[in-house]
Design a protein around this ligand. Structure first.
Ligand SMILES: Cc1ncc(COP(=O)(O)O)c(C=O)c1O
Length: 250
């Protein structure tokens, strides 16, 4: 028999679901029957025969097919380190770290970089995972209008006297509208106001930039020529482990 507490909880949850129904906000999963125009599989890799074969080979040859624990304890396998080194070389970055999903990567990165007392400047159309990461970090968040670098500069200027850590968060190719952040100008602003930059390249990696390396390399090159204030927070690119690809050119 269910306890009274359990029954009450179920009733409350059922009421919340009815509320979502009433507002047309209740979601369910469906497999798309035909043409899919909202995927991020821009290069068609998800069903590519070569990739399929390689996945099967990797599974056959892997020492085990489950982690057995967190990577810090028992879960690490040398192949993951090799994969990350290979990706870092591809991207031209110092290092890479793979996560199970883009969502986990953004939460892990932003809660590590930012904490209460820090300031984060966020484009209004940033992906929900970036928003959750910023929220969980406890940093103060200032949202600037989508791609509006004048608004971003106003916000940076208004907080110029504060000595806390400051980070600008943007996507390079935006997942919702497919438009691009003016990264060179954004990085100039970051340098001028001593802020770090986090760039989510989920929709750029693989198809943007030289050899599909997206903007990460450019971001780092500009970051290295920054003033000492900005170098404290070298420009960083978050290179999605999920490798979402974009065919849009900006
Ligand atoms: C820009 C951006 N960042 C992060 C994510 C989250 O990635 P995932 O679906 O792998 O959790 C997405 C997902 O679509 C995205 O578009």
């Amino acid at each position: 028999m269910l306890s009274r507490t359990h029954v009450r909880l179920r009733e409350e949850l059922a009421g919340e679901l009815r509320g979502l129904d009433a507002r047309g906000l209740r979601r369910s999963f469906e497999e798309l029957p035909a043409g899919n125009f909202c995927s991020n599989d821009y290069l068609g890799l998800a069903g590519h025969p070569h990739l399929r074969e390689e996945v099967l080979r990797a599974v056959r040859e892997a020492p085990r097919v489950a982690s057995t624990g967190s990577r810090l304890l028992s879960g690490h396998v040398a192949a993951w380190g090799e994969l990350e080194e290979e990706f870092a070389q591809f991207a031209g970055s110092e290092a890479a770290l793979y996560f199970g999903s883009g969502y986990a990567a953004n939460l892990g990165l932003l809660t590590t970089l930012l904490g209460p007392g820090d300031l984060v400047f966020s484009d209004a159309l940033n992906h929900a995972s970036l928003i959750d990461g910023m929220r969980l970090s406890g940093a103060r968040k200032l949202v600037y209008a989508h791609l509006d670098l004048n608004a971003l500069e106003d916000a940076l200027r208004a907080h110029a006297a504060e000595t806390c850590r400051k980070v600008i968060v943007t996507e390079s190719v935006f997942s919702m509208d497919g438009d691009c952040a003016p990264l060179a100008r954004l990085l100039e602003l970051a340098e001028r106001y001593g802020a770090g930059v986090v760039v989510d390249e989920a929709h750029a990696t693989g198809v943007h930039g030289q050899g599909g390396r997206a903007a990460g390399k450019v971001v780092r090159k500009i970051g290295r020529s920054c003033t000492p204030a900005a170098r404290r927070w070298p420009a960083r690119a978050r290179l999605s482990a999920a490798a979402n690809y974009s065919s849009k050119r900006c």
